[in-house]
Structure formats: structure tokens, C-alpha cells
Design a protein around this ligand. Sequence first.
Ligand code: SF4
Length: 354
Amino acid sequence: MRGLHSIAARIESGGRIDAAEAVTLWRHASDEELQRLAGLVRARYHDADRATYMVMRIINYTNVCVAQCDYCAFYVLPNQSGGYVLSRDEVFAKIDGLLEVGGDLVGFNGGFNPKLPLDYYCDLFASVRERYGERVEFYALTVAEFVFLADRAGLSYADAAARLRDAGVHWVTGGGSEILTEDFRARHAKFKYTVADYFDAQKAIVEAGLKTTATMVIGFDETLDERLEHLQRTRDFQDETGGLFSFLCWTYKPYGTAFGGREIEPREYWRHIALSRIFLDNVVHIRTSVLTQNEEAFRALDYGADDFDLPIEDEVTQKAGARIELDLEALLEVPRSLGYTVEYRRAERPALLA
Ligand code: SF4
């Protein structure tokens, strides 16, 4: 196909593609061609046969949430039975468990709990930093939770980011983005926040000197145009701020959610990883999701991904059907069998936090 040849030639020469060209690639490029082109962009940043990983635990500090996203099987409304908030000791026990299996990255992720003041978060994060120092790194909340708690505290995003930074936080991860289009949010998460809020907050996080990441979730009812709008906004944000360390895409788990639906096939996920690698030419790391794709996640290394987590817990996705494999060595044999050398990426990297 003629258009395909000129798009491929541009990628081969280090050029950038636009959203319309990404649609052409998605519709007409074979799996092999997508792998080849994604591999070219991957090779600008990484050795072809090497992948990096971390062992991590997501600590879901509260399941109480007022956002009511229809794709979520995790939350409990305030004053309903089954709601919880973890104590500091419960958090420490989970971190100790992570250290015991050789991990060193924690992701704090919970609901929009209106009963938790900003001080709860700042005290918790300061106590984790004090107790563990540089032995663990932690992603303190997602951008979505950050927006909520800044609003609840009546603080500007800049002031809220400064409060977290002063509590020892280095990272606010780009979670809670799902699909960053206003239409998608109106359909599925109308109490969450707008796309404009999301990026305003993330910009303030970067300007406060914190690091952040980009995420995306596919497999709901989003259109191809919506996927590309998400990627375009992510690339534009990176052009403007340079603050995104990585891009992680995972797949929707539909079990027990109000929205329901079915899981997408691994091949669709791999192709989307390739498209993301090609389109996000300004993001160094493209991460594949073992949490939602299990062993199938590693094939995405052939489609442009270079990095992954081995998670030992995430209640949010487990409630929706994710299966966590705790035999980490057996998991690592899968990328090795695909020809990759896998190397642990320590969470504590001062250069990344500069
Ligand atoms: S996805 Fe997050 S914000 Fe939405 S309902 Fe679930 S816990 Fe709340």
C-alpha cells in the first residue's frame, strides 16, 4: 500500500507520524511490519535484546470512593459496609512483605475517600520515607487521586504538589487516565475529573520537581480515534514538559463491574503497544502490563515495549479479574525464552529524580 510505504520510510528516517497516519498503520500494517517499525523506534533508546523490570506492590490504602466509575469493581461508597482505610502498621506490613520477595517499588492507589484529609496522605508518606529511606521508592498516588485531594483540601495543584514533595514524595504516577477524552469520561467516569483538569494537575506536578508517568487503559468501548486522541495528548504533554518517565498501557478487566463487557485479545494489545511505541517517539520507556496480560505481556517486548513490573498485589484489578502470578522466576523465564536479557531496574535512581 502506497501510504504505508511513505509512513514506514518516515519512521525509518527518524521522523514523526500524525494521528491519521497512525490510523493507516493500525488498519493496514501487518503484525510483522508493526513489530519492525516499533523496533526501530525502540532501538533509538534501548538495546534490542534487553528488557528491564521491577518487582512492585500496589497498596490500596482505601477502597472508599465517590467517583463511581462504571468500569470499576473495587470501590465501596462512603458509609456502605466493606469500606476500609489501612492503618500505618498495615501499610508497613505490606512494604515489609514486598522487601522480603526482593521488590522495592510501592504504588499507593485508592479511592476518592472524602473522609481522608491531606494530612493523612502527608503523614503516611513521610512515615514511609522515614522508615524505609531509599530502600523502597513509592509512587504516591495517581494524578486522578491528586486532583481529588487538592480539591478537597482547597489547594491549588501547585500547593498540593509542594505539600507532597515536602512529605518526601518523588513520584505521582499518571494513573487514573484510562482514555483521556472528554467523551469517554462523560460516558464512564463523569464524577472523576475532566481531561483538562488531569493535564493541569500533571503539569503542576512536573513544575513542582516531581516525576510522573503516563498510562492508558484499552478495551472498554473506546474508538480508535479516542485511542489516538489519548496518544496525541500524551505526546503533546511530553513535548511541552518533558516530565513523563514512561508510558504504561494495560487492558480493561470487565468482571464484576457495572459496565461489564469482554476482554480484548492479546494480539490487539500487542499491536496497540507497537502503535504507542511508534507514536510516542518522545517517551523513553514503553511498559507492558504483566498485571493484566500475565505471560502474554512479554510478547509486547517484540512490539516495542522495553520494561515491565512484576506486581505482587493490586486489589483494584484483582477485584475485576486480574490474576497475580507470584512465582517471579517462572515469569522471568518467559521473556528469556523470547531471547531477552532481563535486568532489574532499581527504583531508587537519583538521576531519574533530578
Ligand atoms: S476507578 Fe478509582 S476513581 Fe473510579 S470508582 Fe474505582 S476507585 Fe474510584
